[in-house]
Design a binder for this molecule. Structure first.
Ligand SMILES: *Cc1c(COP(=O)(O)O)cnc(C)c1O
Length: 425
């Protein structure tokens, strides 16, 4: 078959199965086009995207402003490597530092790379500033975390599927229960070698676990007390997803007035990815103030593509869209509406236990065994009814539409979801 021949859905799936490694288990739907909150499959059927590429497409599919910035820059200069300067990187760094309230930014490409960067930065700070003896630095992480797929990152995962037969693993990580301040204090108290605490403000992959309102601020205070860096992985929660610019929100320029439900926390190290490009191009970043970032010197760390001019142009445009279209505010309003509408149904439902989340990062927990197929089957039925979502660990379905959604569209989606769930009662 010629490369430009239009495939049927089955042909596209067969090609992936035959020639692609089987490292994912996609929902059987083959998408060919996207615009805003919608995607279309090969047969022209339209769907609401309720995953947004794991919260990368917060600005909506193929946002014209972001795509235009990419096309313009791609026709001008795409890659210089960091062997030379380019005239876009500094603009991006300034924009993002001012936007999120930090002194400096280190650009990478994927979320996992940014997490790796943050871990290296934290350890180097521990040896050179805090004064921990060489090779002794520990980093505290949380159970059921998801921070990416590199060997070091899976070293502190507790998902057997992600870890099995990939060892030996990287040492120096201490795992504690999420949303447990006592566990954090114990881990900090008797160990002078702790360099950092790495945490997701909401555990997305684990099933959208929202910690108690005072968890992050008290965890940050404990970190300060023990001179330990508070590292926020906002790859999924960041950039307006949870109804504020950052789920931690300390010092950022978010104009929503909704930050009062959770106190502001300023991380020492902020990790961003996914929506920093609106899903148009792989861009990630680590932000920190000078007192920390100063430990990184030429040759310590880098990436051929990190900080390339296309990434810089795309990221500036993507962040401008978040600001100009007030996406944090919209996510806040629509998130409250989504949960309250679903709650009315759940009060009478036997198939759904609960809905939880913040802004437009939400999940429902299905009332069935962890290893049953119910969540998967509901997602197949949602697909048939025109809405795409995916189960996450156990019997949980995450709902994370693009943040450019309107109220009418959201209510339409709530209707589809409830209609579908009723088929399973
Ligand atoms: C997706 C994700 C990552 C990894 O990002 P990749 O771009 O897939 O490497 C890291 N942390 C969190 C919280 C994520 O959701």
């Amino acid at each position: 078959m010629a490369i430009l021949d239009q495939l049927t859905s089955q042909q596209a799936i067969d090609l992936e199965n035959k020639y692609g490694a089987h490292n994912y288990h996609p929902l059987p739907v083959v998408l060919t086009r996207g615009e805003g909150v919608y995607v279309w499959d090969i047969d022209g059927k339209q769907y609401y995207d309720f995953l947004s590429a794991y919260s990368a497409v917060n600005q909506g599919h193929c946002h014209p402003k972001i795509v235009n910035a990419m096309v313009q820059q791609a026709q001008t200069l795409t890659l210089t490597s960091r062997a030379f300067h380019n005239d876009m990187l500094g603009k991006f760094e300034k924009f993002a530092c001012e936007f999120f309230g930090f002194d400096k930014l280190l650009p990478m490409n994927t979320g996992a790379e940014a997490v790796e960067t943050a871990l290296k930065l934290c350890r180097k700070w521990a040896y050179e500033v805090k004064g921990i003896s060489e090779n002794e630095a520990d980093i505290i992480v949380c159970e059921n975390n998801f921070h990416g797929r590199t060997t070091t990152i899976i070293s502190f995962s507790n998902d057997p599927v992600a870890r099995k037969h990939f060892g030996p693993f990287t040492k120096g990580f201490i795992k504690i229960e999420y949303n447990n301040l006592e566990a954090l204090e114990i881990a900090l108290k008797n160990n002078p070698n702790v360099a950092g605490f790495l945490v997701e403000p909401i555990q997305g992959e684990a099933g959208v676990y929202v910690p108690s309102d005072d968890y992050l601020i008290k965890a940050k205070a404990l970190c300060e007390l023990y001179n330990v860096l508070f590292i926020a992985d906002e790859v999924q929660t960041g950039i307006a997803r949870t109804g504020r610019l950052l789920a931690t929100c300390g010092n950022c320029t978010c104009e929503t007035k909704n930050c009062s439900d959770t106190p502001d926390v300023k991380p020492d190290i902020l990790i961003l990815g996914k929506a920093i490009s609106g899903g148009v191009y792989p861009v990630s970043a680590v932000l920190a103030n000078d007192s920390i970032m100063k430990v990184i010197q030429p040759g310590n760390h880098g990436s051929t593509f990190g900080g390339n001019p296309v990434a810089a142009a795309v990221a500036i445009a993507a962040l401008e869209v978040v600001r100009d279209e007030k996406l944090a505010e919209n996510a806040y309003q629509l998130g409250n509406l989504f949960r309250s509408e679903l709650q009315k149904y759940i009060d009478k439902s036997s198939i759904v236990k609960l809905v939880r989340g913040k802004g437009l990062l939400n999940a429902i927990v299905i009332n069935d065994d962890e290893d049953s197929e119910t969540a998967w089957n509901i997602c197949l039925a949602l697909r048939d009814n025109g809405l795409l979502a995916k189960p996450t660990h156990g019997n949980i379905i995450r709902f994370a539409p693009p943040l450019v959604m309107t109220k009418d569209e959201l209510l339409d989606c709530v209707g589809i979801i409830i209609k579908t769930l009723k088929q399973f009662e």
